[in-house]
Design a protein around this ligand. Sequence first.
Ligand SMILES: *[C@@H]1O[C@H](CO)[C@@H](O)[C@H](O)[C@H]1NC(C)=O
Ligand SMILES: *[C@@H]1O[C@H](CO)[C@@H](O)[C@H](O)[C@H]1NC(C)=O
Length: 268
Amino acid sequence: LRCLQISSFANSSWTRTDGSAWLGALQTHSWSNGSDIHFLRPWSQGTLSDHQWEQLQQVFWVYRRGFTREIQGFAKMLHLDYPFEVQVLAGCEVHPGSPLKSFFHSAFQGSDILNFQRTSWVPAPDAPHWAEVVSKELNKDQYVKDTVEWLLSDICPQLVTSLLEAGQQDLEKQVKPEAWLSSGPPPGPGRLLLVCHVSGFYPEPVWVRWMRGQQEQPGAQQGDVLPNADETWYLRVTLDVAAGEAAGLTCRVRHSSLGGQDIVLYWG
Ligand SMILES: *[C@@H]1O[C@H](CO)[C@@H](O)[C@H](O)[C@H]1NC(C)=O
Ligand SMILES: *[C@@H]1O[C@H](CO)[C@@H](O)[C@H](O)[C@H]1NC(C)=O
């Protein structure tokens, strides 16, 4: 579970904070400045009761107000120049049978500045010297440290377990890819760029190869797996071949949703 926060400070009086939460690759929550945390899924409340969720909303309100005030205080004390951006990445990683990994990283103007480790604040490696001043100051507040530790070590893993349970159907969904071929801009005289497109699949892991018979073609270029707007994925794999050698090549697609039946497309 990853919570992302972006806080913009335009000047000493104008600020806003927005955020989102992600369970693996799926966004589960969002919050925009001045509003409650919104559910993006029917299961975003996990198995928490309304009362438990209400309490969590309260904690986040207090956090957001406190965060803004603290940063404005530090900006004044350390004579930081406006405008600036502060980002936070916080959450936990839960693996069956291994210890919980939780994290809280913050960045100033895009560079790591301060982390929460175990029970206290520590400056990030290579942070400017004033990060030391900030961490010393923050470490004086035992209540906030206890709260952050509680959120990271107790609440976060509870939320993960509870979201996994409530969202099981959505999280385990399988969506079959569609695949098609096209030709790209010719890479040179007498050459062809074969493009195999694979789209609309979920989850993300997929195997796509250009083949001749059972032989994988070396030199194929695999793009990044890109998100579609409907929370499925897209991938393209290209192959640069001499025009005379394209016949008989196939694009083969393997994905968990296909139940062992690969998609095979023949060039030409
Ligand atoms: C602070 O920034 C906001 C947003 O850019 C701007 O509208 C406002 O006039 C600024 N206020 C001051 C006092 O500079
Ligand atoms: C963001 O929310 C805070 C707290 O509700 C408010 O004081 C501030 O004016 C808001 N900022 C903007 C840009 O709306």
